[in-house]
Design a protein around this ligand. Structure first.
Ligand SMILES: [Zn+2]
Length: 61
């Protein structure tokens, strides 16, 4: 069998993110590789960077 590097072998393709959806407040799941998060409720897709930036702004006092 041909061998090749499969980035999914050692990584769960989905990682539960510690962020809420920016649209509906549902749980966001992170695509471990693409740097994106998808909402489990409304299926909106956000970039991890964008979600992180917004969350930092919201938690700033
Ligand atoms: Zn949502």
């Amino acid at each position: 069998m041909a061998e090749f590097d499969n980035p999914y072998v050692d990584n769960d393709p989905f990682v539960r993110a510690h962020f809420d959806c920016l649209d509906c407040g549902g749980k966001l799941w992170e695509y471990a590789i693409q740097g994106q998060m998808v909402c489990e409720q409304c299926r909106s897709v956000f970039s991890t960077e964008h979600v992180f930036d917004v969350s930092v702004e919201q938690s700033a006092d």
